[in-house]
Design a protein around this ligand. Structure first.
Ligand code: PMP
Length: 459
């Protein structure tokens, strides 16, 4: 078989056997799929040899580009030792080394705060890291003798993953409503979505009124709420919704005031995306529990961690017969290959001065955002460091959204793809989130192609 026949065969097999995530398969099977065969630096290549700039970091995970020598080498070296063994009743070398490194990192990120995070619980994806956090928070209160804290609080437009616990604290209607009857009870506070403020107010005159609304919930229900979970600085999958300055700090203060644990879901924001290692650092908000995944391995392997404070951890200590043990764990928990990749990734942050080098690129991005905010159908531009959303609207004056069925976001993304840039929108929001290591030249190219696509499609 020639290359083309071979690829067409792969396409047929894909359509025959794969059920793709977040994908209407009826449409998928009618289209020609892009099948990725290789990657290098900030580019991915399809089976026909066409290269694309990876504009969303292979779903927000990649940090240093593809085929990064240091990470490749670390995984190969670990492969020569052992690929996997369990953390249930055993330990392994890379998991230990990584745990120490993560806690040191959190300690310096949170400026040696006395109640900083000090323990690492491993799992293997963002949703499981959130499940762990929720179960930990819930059981923490039980162990402290508080039987009433049986619910959680979260935000509208929140996205914390796709498992049922994570969906319960989620607030994106189109993803989550279908599962309503299965979900546990939560209190949902208003999303700090300034562009579409549900109270019709404007920052800063509003004095962050949505925090007052959150406080109302806390005041009334603190006896029931075990924890409040939040994506710090930016609600990512909900539409790249950035919270106003001071919001996160306010959340931390309210959680402390009402005796509610604060869970920071840094799965999208962690590992430098917002310009600091963790988004919580921007407002000095030290969470009680923090979830990390995605960028932790530089986008190489599935790995997640849930970090907890000594206070949370200590509540689980006791005699075996007390059954205070945290009964949770997955087969691939603390996988050595993934931990080796993560160790290499953290070394690279130091070696390549990734965060120091990011600021110039954030400036380029922000200049571009100012520029495109003038376009007729760009309603709002938002970014938290290197995480960016451009909200397209049908009518800029009235902020009227495009009908979802018009798929404007997708049409812009497809146009960009034709021009060598791979992006994936969230409804009408164009997402731009390239690897942190992207060169200025490639960043400019990426932005240029996206701007042309917006102009062309929204004309
Ligand atoms: N939390 C946040 C903030 C996320 O952005 C995501 C994934 N987009 C998740 C949780 C879930 O992570 P995973 O897809 O690895 O389960």
């Amino acid at each position: 078989m020639g290359i083309v026949e071979d690829n067409e065969h792969l396409e047929e097999l894909d359509k025959k056997y794969i059920w793709h995530p977040f994908t209407q398969m009826k449409e998928w099977v009618e289209e020609k799929p892009i099948i990725i065969a290789e990657g290098r630096d900030c580019f991915i290549k399809d089976v026909y040899g066409k290269w694309y700039l990876d504009g969303v970091s292979s779903l927000w995970v990649n940090i240093f580009g593809h085929k990064k020598k240091e990470i490749d080498d670390a995984i190969k070296a670990q492969l020569d030792k052992i690929a996997h063994s369990t953390l249930l009743g055993l330990s392994n070398v890379p998991a230990i080394r990584l745990a120490e490194k993560l806690i040191r990192l959190a300690d310096s990120s949170f400026l040696h705060h006395p109640s900083s995070l000090s323990k690492v619980f491993y799992s293997d994806n963002g949703s499981t890291a959130v499940e762990v956090a929720l179960k930990m928070a819930f059981q923490y209160w039980k162990h402290k003798g508080n039987e009433g804290k049986n619910t959680f609080a979260a935000l509208h437009n929140a996205y914390h993953g796709d498992t049922i616990g994570a969906v319960s604290v989620g607030g994106v209607d189109i993803f989550h409503n279908a599962f309503g009857p299965l979900l546990f009870k939560t209190y949902k506070a208003p999303s700090p979505y300034c562009y579409r403020c549900e109270f019709g107010k404007e920052y800063p005159d509003c004095k962050i009124f949505c925090l007052e609304k959150l406080e109302e919930i806390f005041k009334e229900h603190s006896q029931e709420i075990a924890a409040f979970i939040i994506e710090p600085l930016i609600q990512a999958a909900g539409g790249m919704i950035t919270s106003p300055p001071g919001y996160l700090k306010g959340v931390r203060a309210l959680c402390s005031k009402y005796n509610i644990l604060m869970i920071a879901d840094e799965i999208a924001t962690g590992f430098g995306r917002t310009s600091k290692m963790f988004a919580c650092e921007h407002e000095g908000a030290v969470p009680d529990i923090m979830c990390l995944s995605k960028g932790i391995t530089g986008g190489y392997m599935p790995l997640a961690v849930t970090l907890a404070t000594e206070e949370v951890y200590n509540a689980f200590l006791g005699e075996f017969k007390d059954l205070k043990t945290f009964f949770h764990g997955h087969s691939y928990t603390g996988n050595p290959l993934a931990c080796a990749a993560a160790l290499a990734c953290l070394d690279l942050f130091e070696k390549e001065k990734t965060l120091e080098n990011l600021q110039g690129k954030i400036n380029i991005l922000e200049d571009w955002l100012k520029d495109v905010s003038g376009l007729d159908h760009v309603g709002n531009v938002r970014n938290a460091g290197f995480i960016t959303g451009v909200e397209l609207v049908q009518d800029k004056k009235t902020k009227t959204s495009y009908d979802r069925a018009d798929k404007m976001g997708w049409r812009v993304a497809l146009h960009a793809r034709d021009n060598g840039v791979m992006i994936r929108p969230l409804g009408n929001v164009i997402v731009i989130m390239p690897p942190l290591s992207i060169s200025e030249q490639n960043l400019k190219k990426l932005l240029e192609v996206i701007k042309s696509a917006i102009i062309k499609i929204c004309a």
